[in-house]
Design a protein around this ligand. Structure first.
Ligand code: GLN
Length: 278
């Protein structure tokens, strides 16, 4: 079989399983199975493939058909132009979160020597990107779970950000280390109301429920941040959250003592972020 025949066969299997973006996913898995880039795969389309590559590719296709997220099979995913290692136990970085990072960077442009907290850091896509984009700032990334924390460590190492500090912490019971205070607090916490968890797409259900479950109304983490972490944000500082569809204004009212709170919309025009100035 040639490389291009292999791609077609994989795509056909994905299509039969009603996977929406079958051609794109088959391309990604072919890159991963061969170790070639997209353009190398195209240029070498007429070359024969080895038994080893064929077996690897079809086993990846089978995992995908079973409902495993593409990103877990690939083992990495791009966020804000950098690859992040991902796999079971860590939330996959989402494109809308890049907009939160964009806003964070524009806040930091005013004051680059800031201290930044990233609560519920997961893969570290938010905090590590900010640390790379604004090397003058100091970023503390907090994550509770072992599996996610080990991806965080791997990503921090691969990205080499000396201004990023990783801390194993539970935001419901812990506070910042050694009196650290933030000028900018970032968080994309779990925000799905418990009763909606079962209705999620089957791929999303493969992601850790601890990264999704925000309690009864989805707002448990925002309340904990208001309670425990707001006192560690400097006057004039900013909090920037990602949230779920329809949660923005309720989160803003949790912070009624703040100087200002506004809800920001994402590229799909969903109320996706809340920015609070204290
Ligand atoms: N902060 C990480 C992200 O945005 C993880 C978020 C989470 O686990 N809820 O991807």
């Amino acid at each position: 079989m040639t490389l291009s025949e292999l791609q077609k066969a994989g795509k056909a299997r994905l299509q039969r399983a009603e996977i929406e973006d079958a051609a794109f996913e088959a391309d990604c898995l072919l890159e991963s199975a061969t170790g070639y880039s997209r353009s190398q795969c195209l240029a070498r389309g007429a070359e024969a493939v080895s038994e080893r590559v064929t077996t690897r590719f079809f086993s990846q296709i089978a995992r995908r058909i079973q409902g495993e997220p593409l990103q877990y099979i690939l083992g990495k995913w791009s966020f804000y132009g950098r690859d992040f290692f991902v796999g079971e136990g860590v939330l996959i970085p989402r494109p809308e979160t890049e907009e939160l990072v964009e806003t964070a960077i524009s806040v930091l442009r005013e004051n680059p020597h800031s201290t930044v907290f990233d609560l519920c850091a997961g893969s570290g896509c938010i905090g590590l990107t900010v640390a790379k984009e604004v090397p003058e700032c100091t970023v503390y990334l907090f994550e509770k779970y072992d599996a996610a924390f080990s991806y965080l460590q791997k990503n921090a190492e691969a990205l080499n950000a000396p201004n990023a500090h990783l801390i194993k912490a539970d935001i419901f019971t812990d506070t910042p280390p050694d009196g650290a205070r933030a000028d900018l607090l970032l968080s994309n916490p779990p925000y799905i109301p418990k009763r909606e968890l079962a209705e999620l797409q089957k791929e999303v259900l493969r992601e850790p429920s601890t990264a999704l479950d925000g309690g009864f109304d989805g707002l448990d983490f925002y309340r904990a941040i208001q309670n425990r972490w707001l006192p560690f944000v400097n006057a004039g500082g900013t909090l920037l959250f990602e949230c779920g569809d329809g949660q923005g204004s309720e989160i803003a009212t949790l912070f009624e003592s703040a100087k200002a709170a506004k809800v920001l919309f994402d590229f799909q025009n969903i109320d996706r972020f809340v920015q609070i100035i204290v």
